[in-house]
Design a protein around this ligand. Structure first.
Ligand SMILES: Nc1ncnc2c1ncn2[C@@H]1O[C@H](COP(=O)(O)OP(=O)(O)O)[C@@H](O)[C@H]1O
Ligand SMILES: [Mg+2]
Length: 362
């Protein structure tokens, strides 16, 4: 058995820990079809917590029930791409323009403009309704997933929301599942660009519990023929803090150790944990910090002086800045997914290991 762990962004792990309840709810919504609450969902959470994996799992659930799935990332022009995909699905399902065959190349389509001009908007909605009626007649529907909506153009999101709302009103079977960083999603909802989205189930994803991780490690290693003692599995699980990306990294490196050793020991676990933390630091933390300015870094370093959450007032005193300047840095860093609000005037790091990284790299 090859190493089953998947320490890569968006890659489906061997065991999707702690999400079965959410997936069951989504599957239930698919059975109810039009208007079920689970079919309008926004997953939020820090980098590496498993948002993209949740979208993938929701897509698989939908496909397994015969639904059509369109999977997009909210980069420039996603609304047009969704329109093209809907058109292709509708043609495939058989009522396309006579004689027209899908060649894999979309000719006319919706182009790559940001939001669609009015005439294209009408066409988009007609294409969607045509597809949804076809799917409805087969007892299924369409699920659209959009990842990274924190980066979305507001007008495109507003258009998509308005169209989906219209389909739901018509009783058509559509599901819309979004994922994005928490603070940016809050802004999006508060700005009122798409009030309809406030009705979505907003699910803030968190890490798994240490016990769940331990159990999962024991099972995955046993399935590969590498028995892992409960105490070692517990130590490995503990070192992940339940953070999904670290769960995969620790599992991955420990599996490598297991392939070479006759029996796993505490030293192997320590080794794997150290390698995992180094990799997490390189991949997640350095990438997250790459867009931070000098002043952002000053703010973060001032936070790293605290052992727990920090008061924004204290940070202002440490780096000697005016409250409104501090407020600006605070919101920039929240949008970047580096820190998160933890109560009034309180912030904390949004990525595990960030504090330690800042302390060690002054
Ligand atoms: N429920 C989970 N259980 C175990 N590992 C997970 C889970 N969700 C995600 N992962 C792993 O965590 C990492 C980050 O997942 P990803 O979905 O890319 O996070 P995000 O989109 O929130 O940044 C990947 O390596 C993935 O395999
Ligand atoms: Mg992601």
């Amino acid at each position: 058995m090859e190493n089953p762990f998947k320490p890569t962004a968006g890659a489906t792990p061997p065991d999707i820990i702690g999400r079965q309840g959410l997936l069951d709810e989504f599957a239930y919504g698919l059975r109810i079809r039009s208007g079920a609450p689970g079919l309008l969902t926004i997953f939020t959470g820090a980098r590496g917590v498993g948002k993209t994996v949740m979208l993938g799992a929701a897509e698989n659930t939908a496909r397994a029930q015969g639904w059509a799935v369109i999977s997009e990332t909210a980069t420039h022009g996603f609304l047009g791409r969704i329109g093209n995909a809907m058109g292709e699905f509708a043609d495939e399902l058989g009522d396309g323009p006579s004689g027209r065959k899908i060649t894999g190349v979309t000719v006319a389509g919706f182009g790559v403009t940001t939001h669609l001009p009015p005439e294209k908007q009408v066409e988009w909605r007609e294409t969607g309704a045509r597809l949804l009626r076809l799917l409805d007649s087969r007892g299924t529907g369409l699920v659209i997933t959009v990842d990274e909506i924190h980066a979305a153009d507001r007008q495109e999101i507003a258009q998509l929301a308005a169209d989906v709302q219209h389909f739901i009103r018509e009783g058509l079977p559509i599901g819309l599942v979004f994922a994005g960083l928490p603070a940016a999603v809050s802004d999006l909802l508060n700005e009122g660009v798409a009030t309809f989205l406030r009705r979505a189930d907003r699910i803030d994803l968190h890490g798994a519990s240490i016990e769940e991780v331990q159990r999962s490690y024991e099972q995955t290693f046993a399935a590969g023929g590498f028995p892992l003692e409960p105490a070692l599995a517990a130590a490995a699980a503990e070192a992940t803090g339940g953070y999904p990306f670290l769960i995969q990294l620790v599992g991955y490196f420990l599996w490598q150790e297991a392939e070479e050793a006759s029996e796993l020991t505490a030293a192997h676990v320590e080794h794997a944990v150290a390698a995992a933390h180094r990799r997490n630091e390189r991949v997640v933390i350095e990438a997250a910090l790459s867009s931070a300015s000098h002043r952002d870094l000053d703010f973060l370093r001032a936070m790293a002086e605290d052992d727990d959450a920090s008061s924004v007032g204290d940070i202002g005193a440490r780096i000697v800045a005016k409250p409104n300047t501090i407020g600006n840095y605070r919101s920039r860093l929240i949008d970047a997914g580096l820190i998160e609000p933890a109560g009034y005037g309180i912030v904390r790091f949004a990525i595990p290991g960030l504090r330690e990284h800042l302390r060690e790299n002054r």
